[in-house]
Design a protein around this ligand. Structure first.
Ligand SMILES: [Zn+2]
Length: 240
């Protein structure tokens, strides 16, 4: 009898603990329930890591003409991102919700990506300077250019500064290791670190004063694995 009573109390306590943790989970993240499991680092509400650095790029392009040059410039100048700021601690987040520290609702603010866009149709280049700390994705620039039938000349393009290369086709630690050795051997960057994720590999790179040509980086990747391809280059990566 005494034993039964103890068991019953224990199971009630267990049930209460379960209810308690469910309530906590619900109040902590209202978007958590209907999304599929993602690594904890990606799902947690974390402020973005905004550096004070501006991204300066000079991109060699094809298809830039006297006719489309001003429209191309206009489209790039209009690129913006929505960030969510806490009025209390001034932290910025990539997603809406409440500040995990101050519990205040975040306010939406539209921020422009570039402080200057210089287009030169005669020598086929576009020079971009980001606002300090803004994350710049090559894929987004390419999408914008594509709407004007302009594309980046990947044979002439370089990868300057500190960036994250997103590589598809490589998903295991062994594949990341072979990318790492191919890059170490090619000595293209001052520093390069390859890390496999669930469906891609990220390479955090730091270019020397002379930025390496993308074509050479592509070749090193192909050497590591014929299906390994750069799908994006991210400067001022907010998650790095
Ligand atoms: Zn806050």
């Amino acid at each position: 009898m005494k034993l039964m009573k103890h068991t019953r109390i224990a199971s009630i306590a267990l049930a209460m603990a379960a209810v308690g943790s469910l309530a906590t989970a619900q109040s902590e993240g209202r978007y958590k329930q209907d999304v599929k499991p993602v690594p904890a680092s990606a799902s947690a509400m974390k402020p973005i890591q905004k550096s004070a650095t501006s991204v300066d790029l000079v991109l060699p392009v094809q298809g830039l003409t006297e006719e489309n040059v001003s429209e191309v410039k206009g489209s790039l100048e209009k690129l913006s991102v929505n960030l969510y700021e806490c009025s209390g601690c001034k932290s910025e987040f990539a997603k809406p919700g409440d500040c995990p520290a101050c519990k205040k609702e975040l306010t939406d603010s539209k921020q422009m990506l570039f402080s200057s866009v210089t287009t030169a149709a005669d020598n086929g280049t576009i020079a971009l300077a980001s606002k300090p700390g803004m994350q710049v994705k090559l894929s987004e620039i390419e999408r914008t250019l594509a709407t004007h039938a302009v594309r980046i000349d990947r044979d002439k393009m370089t990868i300057p500064g500190k960036a994250t290369l997103v590589v598809s086709g490589a998903t295991t630690a062994d594949q990341a290791k072979s990318i790492q050795s191919a890059l170490d051997e090619a000595k293209l960057f001052q520093r390069a670190h390859a890390q496999a994720e669930e469906n891609r590999t990220l390479i955090h790179v730091n270019a020397s004063t002379t930025a390496p040509e993308r074509a050479k980086v592509d070749r090193a990747l192909t050497k590591a694995g014929p299906s390994f391809k750069i799908t994006d280059v991210i400067w001022n990566d907010w998650t790095a």
